[in-house]
Design a protein around this ligand. Structure first.
Ligand SMILES: Nc1ncnc2c1ncn2[C@@H]1O[C@H](COP(=O)(O)OP(=O)(O)OP(=O)(O)O)[C@@H](O)[C@H]1O
Ligand SMILES: [Mg+2]
Length: 275
């Protein structure tokens, strides 16, 4: 069964059609990378999956049931920046999700429950390489460390779906490669379904089991409001198992030999979206 099933979904803001006729099935445990030119509705699409936005028309199912209208613990999210709370420590940031969930009014856990949460949060932080930094504040962390913190914060609730909106766009290439390794490991260990927006085709093809291209079919200025973007390509890059086999050689397989990548790279609109 599809983890996420999207049928004939449209999103309109007043007169403006942003997304039209979206049809997509995402299998449980897939890693879907979404690419497309700026402004074509990628973030809007993630907001639909998060429950921050409702489709104007069409249906969205999560594990066969209509998607809840509000963000919930079954969906975690990481944005490009500012996902973490600056006034909380590393540990406090990850605990917050668990505390809010267990005690929505008090946001404070006591005794055994708290100890368990602290243990789980510390273990996850160790996994993302922040085990030595539990009591630091975000301002004392590098950008890459902050995004690893944001990943831990999103994963502590064991979401079914992890939504990533250009989470590594602001990071240097070396730091990105490091965090790719962390993300890939967490994805495999947890079996979480990932939907990640990226401007970087290499990142899309190196991490994704599937690459989905959003684009406008009508590009003339006067057509901009009357026609939205839609899914123009849906490319299966590899099966999840094949993805695992690639892990031994992460750096070297960044899509260089991928004919689909070559084809996409030749397109001006996507090339400009990559910058
Ligand atoms: N709440 C809103 N009200 C009105 N228009 C909106 C709203 N949110 C987004 N839009 C419009 O929807 C379109 C798509 O925006 P979106 O942020 O989803 O694009 P994007 O593909 O994520 O772009 P980028 O790659 O630059 O992040 C834009 O034209 C934007 O102005
Ligand atoms: Mg966006």
């Amino acid at each position: 069964m599809s983890a996420i099933s999207i049928r004939k979904v449209w999103v309109e803001y007043g007169e403006q059609i942003v997304l039209e006729r979206l049809d997509l099935d995402i299998a449980s445990g897939d890693f879907v990378a979404i690419v497309g030119p700026s402004g074509c509705g990628k973030t809007t699409f993630l907001r639909l999956l998060l429950g921050q936005e409702r489709p104007t028309r069409g249906t969205l199912l999560l594990d066969g049931a209509p998607l809840p209208d509000e963000p919930g613990p079954d969906r975690g999210v990481v944005f490009q920046r500012y996902s973490v709370f600056p006034h909380l420590t590393v540990l406090g940031n990850v605990l917050l999700g668990g505390e809010l969930q267990a005690a929505p009014l008090l946001a404070r856990l006591f005794g055994t429950a708290r100890r368990r949460q602290v243990e789980a949060a510390s273990a996850l932080l160790a996994e993302v390489g922040l085990g030595e930094h539990l009591h630091k504040y975000p301002s004392q962390l590098s950008g890459g460390m902050q995004q690893r913190l944001a990943l831990a914060q999103a994963l502590i609730m064991r979401p079914k779906v992890l939504l990533l909106d250009e989470p590594f766009g602001a990071l240097d290439p070396g730091i990105r490669a490091e965090i790719h390794v962390v993300l890939r490991r967490l994805w495999k260990e947890t079996g979480v379904t990932v939907v990640m927006v990226t401007h970087d085709l290499r990142e899309a093809f190196s991490l994704g089991t599937r690459v989905v291209v959003f684009d406008r079919l009508k590009r003339r200025n006067e057509e901009r409001t009357r026609y939205g973007a839609t899914i123009t390509q849906n490319i299966e890059v590899r099966k999840r198992d094949a993805q695992t086999a690639l892990d031994a050689d992460i750096q070297n397989q960044l899509g260089r030999d991928d004919p689909a990548l070559e084809e996409l790279s030749g397109r001006d609109d996507l090339a400009s979206a990559q910058q």
